[in-house]
Design a protein around this ligand. Structure first.
Ligand code: SAM
Length: 345
C-alpha cells in the first residue's frame, strides 16, 4: 500500500482553504476508524450495544482524508470507538505521514485512545509517523478508574501505555478526563499532582450530552469555574495564553512553573465561534458539528463512483454550511442520532 507522496491535486487550486459561511477556517479533521471499543466507560457506553456502523478499508479512509488535506486540512486526529483496535492502524498512519498539504508540509497526525493497547503500539506508531497521543483517563485512583471503565485490571495497563508513549516522544502527551459530579470529581487534585509528576498535560473536559444512555443533566457537569476554584484551594494556578485561536482548552500552569493542566468547557463556555473542526465517521459520513442533526454521506458518493473533483466540491459545500453553534442546555435541545463513541470523540 506504500506510495510516493502525491502531487497536490487540482482540487487545491480550485478551492480556497476550507471555510464555512461564518468565515471560520476549517483545518482540523477528526476521523473515526472504528466504533468498536474495549471499554465500557459508564458515561459513554451502556455496555449493551456493540459497534453500530461499518468500517471502511484503509485505502478508502486515505482517499477521503487526502481530499480534505488537498482542501486545507492540516491536522488529522484518528479516534473511535477505540482506534487501536483497528487492524492496520499503524499502516494507515504511515500512509497519512506521506501526505503533504498544498503548502508542501507534512500533516500533524494525532490519535485519541483509551491507552489499553498503547504499551506495545507506542513504538510502531511513532515510527510510522504519529506525532502525538491523547489518552483518556478518568481517575488517578485505580479502583475509581476501573469502576468507570468497567474493565478490571485496566489501570496499570493504561499507566504503562501512557509512560511508553511519553518515552517514545509522542508528546506533548495529553490526558483527557471527563468529570462527572458525584462520580470522579474527587479526582481533581490527584490529577493536578499527576500532571506534575508524570510530565503530561491533564485536560479536564465538561461532560456533554453525548452518552449512549441517559446520564446527562446540567447538574452533573463540573464546570471550568469549579475546577479552577477546586485546584486553587491547594495549589496556585496561572492562566497561560492560547497557542492558537481555535484551541479548545483553556491552559493553566502551576505557579512554580512545573506542570500544565487544561480545561475544555464546551458546556459552560462554548467555543463554537472559533471552531476549526469537522468529523468523518467510521462509515464515511461528514459531521460538521458533534451535535449535527444531519450527516453527509461522502463515502456513499465515493462508492457510487464520484471522482475527486466531485467529492471535493461536495466537501466544500457541506463544510460551508457548518452549524454556527451547539445548543446544549437550551430548550428544545436534541441529542444527535449517534452518541460520542459512534461519532468519534
Ligand atoms: N476510545 C478512545 C478514548 O477513550 O479516548 C477514543 C474515543 S472516546 C469517545 C474520545 C474522548 O471522548 C474520550 O476522551 C472520552 O472521555 C470523551 N468523551 C466520551 N463521551 C463524552 C461526553 N459525553 N462528553 C465529553 N467527552 C466525552
Amino acid at each position: 500500500m506504500a506510495s510516493a507522496p502525491r502531487p497536490v491535486s487540482s482540487a487545491a487550486t480550485l478551492h480556497p482553504p476550507l471555510t464555512d459561511s461564518l468565515g471560520r477556517t476549517i483545518h482540523d479533521l477528526r476521523v473515526s476508524i472504528t466504533d468498536r471499543c474495549n471499554y465500557k466507560c459508564i458515561y459513554c457506553r451502556t455496555g449493551e450495544l456493540g459497534a453500530q456502523y461499518p468500517e471502511l478499508a484503509n485505502e478508502e479512509y486515505l482517499r477521503l482524508i487526502r481530499l480534505f488535506v488537498d482542501l486545507g486540512i492540516t491536522k488529522v486526529r484518528l479516534t473511535g470507538g477505540e482506534p487501536l483496535l483497528r487492524r492496520g492502524v499503524v499502516d494507515l498512519i504511515a500512509e497519512l505521514a506521506r501526505l503533504r498539504t498544498p503548502a508542501g508540509a507534512p500533516l500533524d497526525i494525532a490519535l485519541t485512545t483509551n491507552g489499553h493497547l498503547l504499551e506495545s503500539l507506542a513504538g510502531p506508531l511513532k515510527a510510522a509517523g504519529l506525532n502525538r497521543v491523547t489518552v483518556s483517563m478518568d481517575a488517578v485512583d485505580a479502583a475509581a478508574f476501573e469502576s468507570i471503565t468497567r474493565v478490571p485490571g485496566s489501570f496499570p495497563v493504561v499507566l504503562k501505555g501512557i509512560r511508553a508513549a511519553r518515552d517514545q516522544g509522542l508528546t506533548p502527551l495529553k490526558i483527557n478526563c471527563v468529570l462527572l459530579r458525584g462520580f470522579n470529581d474527587d479526582q481533581i487534585e490527584g490529577f493536578a499532582r499527576f500532571a506534575r509528576e508524570e510530565d503530561v498535560v491533564v485536560r479536564f473536559i465538561e461532560f456533554m450530552p453525548l452518552e449512549e444512555g441517559r446520564l446527562w443533566t446540567p447538574e452533573i457537569v463540573v464546570t471550568l469555574k469549579e475546577i479552577v476554584e477546586h485546584i486553587g484551594r491547594t495549589m496556585s494556578l496561572v492562566e497561560l495564553p492560547p497557542r492558537e485561536p481555535s484551541e479548545t482548552a483553556r491552559r493553566y500552569g502551576f505557579a512554580d512553573g512545573t506542570g500544565e493542566i487544561g480545561i475544555i468547557a464546551p458546556v459552560s463556555q462554548a467555543f463554537c465561534g472559533a471552531c476549526s473542526r469537522v468529523r468523518l465517521t467510521s462509515d464515511g459520513k461528514i459531521r460538521t458539528c458533534l451535535f449535527s442533526q444531519v450527516e453527509h454521506d461522502l463515502y456513499g458518493r465515493l462508492r457510487a463512483g464520484a471522482g475527486d473533483e466531485e467529492l471535493s466540491a461536495y466537501i466544500v459545500r457541506i463544510v460551508n454550511a457548518k452549524e454556527p453553534r451547539h445548543h446544549i442546555g437550551e430548550p428544545g435541545f436534541l441529542k444527535p442520532s449517534r452518541s460520542m463513541v459512534h461519532i468519534g470523540g
